[in-house]
Every structure is written in structure tokens, then in C-alpha cells.
Design a protein around this ligand. Structure first.
Ligand code: PXP
Length: 238
């Protein structure tokens, strides 16, 4: 069975909409762990639109499973990661205007910069994963950088699933997973996975971990709403 990592960024998105203290991503991480997840994922974006520096500090202290910090290779973020020492760092590309991480890292193109950052992180004992598109050139470039692990971007597959034309993208992810595993890489996958499209990806042979955020937090809002309303009604009735 593939492991599940839950990305808690969107708990912080909701909190930041009001700049309040609720909902607390640290508590959310703990609930996810109680529910049986294998790791907690949080992305400290350069624009700090959801997760804040203090969250990272508190998550490091409180996470009991595995802390996977998603991050760009920007110098100040790297310094923060070296200080916090998450169990794992997943390097992702980042553009300020994007709504979410839109594509994989171009490892081949940014080889020099990434080699330096991977080396810095690995020296601190942090496992490095590279978030890349399911593409041979990127997989080979990741292998050449000496990382143990990659995460294949499933965004194109998830988009194709909506139009019921996912089979080509699924075939590609299966083939690239097998190719990367043959090179000795551990393969994770994530982005856009939801309650409809995850099964096929979870069945890929040797798939190590699926990292899922938006779909789980979105579902939590709806499945938790009835209880939240009932609790407030109880207060008013008193
Ligand atoms: N994996 C990586 C590397 C990501 O950047 C993201 C989005 O932050 C995810 C997984 C989770 O994507 P989603 O929120 O669409 O499930």
C-alpha cells in the first residue's frame, strides 16, 4: 500500500483569509496523524500566502510521523529549512502569480543551483525529493543530482480525468514510475489527486507515497459542517 502524506496548506489558507488563529494547521496535522497518515506536508511559499514561518517551527516540534517541507530553492527558504531540519524537503518550482504549483521542476535546466541546494539539505540529514513532471529527461537529471526520491506531478493526469481522457496520462505516469524505479529512485506522486482519481495512481506498482492536500481539506470542510453547525446551535439554545 502506498503511504499517504496530507498537505495542510489549505487549513492555513482559511486562517490567513482572516489573519486569525483558526483553523490551526498544527492541530490539523495532529488530527491527520491520529487518522493514520504517514506524513504531513506543508509548503512554505515565498509569498507566505498560507503557511507561516512560525507554523514550520511548531510543526517540526509536534509532528510525530514525518515532516515533508515543500519548498522552492530560494536562498532564504533554504536557510529556513536548514535551520528547521524537516525529515524531508521536496523541492518545487514556484511562481508568485500561480494559484498552485503548476508544473514540475526543470531539473535539467537548473542543475547547478539545485545541486548546491540538494547538497546543503542532504548534509543536514534531510532527505531530498524533487517534484518533477513524468518525463524521462527530468528523471535522468534528478538521478544525476544524487537524490534518493522524486515526486511525479499528477496534475495533467488529474485534469485529463475530468474530461475522461486520463488513460494516456496514466500510462505515462506508470511508465515513468517504472523507469525511475529501475534507476533506483523512490517514487512518490501528487497534485490534483482526489476521491475519484487516486485509486488508479495508488495501484501503480511500488508507488511509495501519495501527497494530497486540496481534496482532503475541501472534503473535511463539508463532512465537518453539520457538526460545527450543531455545536453552535447548542450554544444558542442554552
Ligand atoms: N505535492 C506537491 C509537490 C505539491 O506542490 C502539492 C500542492 O501544494 C501537492 C502535492 C498537493 O496537491 P493538491 O493540493 O492538489 O492535492
Amino acid at each position: 500500500m502506498a503511504f499517504l502524506g496530507v498537505n495542510i496548506d489549505h487549513v492555513a489558507t482559511l486562517r490567513q483569509a482572516r489573519r486569525e488563529i483558526d483553523p490551526d494547521p498544527i492541530l490539523a496535522a495532529s488530527i491527520c496523524e491520529q487518522a493514520g497518515v504517514h506524513s504531513i506536508v506543508a509548503h512554505l511559499r515565498e509569498d507566505r500566502r498560507h503557511i507561516q514561518d512560525v507554523d514550520i517551527v511548531l510543526l517540526r516540534k509536534s509532528i510525530k510521523t514525518k515532516f515533508n517541507l515543500e519548498m522552492s530553492a530560494a536562498q532564504d527558504i533554504v536557510q529556513m529549512a536548514l535551520h528547521i531540519k524537516p525529515d524531508q524537503a521536496t523541492l518545487v518550482p514556484e511562481r508568485r502569480q500561480e494559484i498552485t504549483t503548476e508544473g514540475g521542476l526543470d531539473v535539467a535546466r537548473h542543475r547547478k543551483r539545485l545541486a548546491k541546494v540538494c547538497g546543503q539539505l542532504q548534509q543536514k540529514g534531510i532527505v531530498v525529493s524533487l517534484f518533477i513532471d513524468p518525463d524521462k529527461k527530468q528523471i535522468e537529471a534528478a538521478k544525476a543530482l544524487g537524490v534518493l526520491m522524486i515526486e511525479l506531478h499528477t496534475g495533467a493526469y488529474a485534469r485529463a480525468f475530468v474530461g475522461r481522457s486520463e488513460s494516456k496520462e496514466l500510462t505515462k505516469i506508470k511508465a515513468m514510475t517504472a523507469y525511475a524505479q529501475k534507476l533506483g529512485l523512490i517514487v512518490n506522486a501528487g497534485h490534483g489527486l482526489n476521491y475519484q482519481n487516486t485509486l488508479a495512481i495508488s495501484r501503480i506498482r511500488g508507488m511509495e507515497e501519495l501527497n494530497i492536500g486540496h481534496a482532503i481539506i475541501a472534503r473535511a470542510v463539508l463532512v465537518g459542517l453539520k457538526q460545527a453547525v450543531q455545536e453552535m446551535l447548542q450554544i444558542i439554545k442554552k
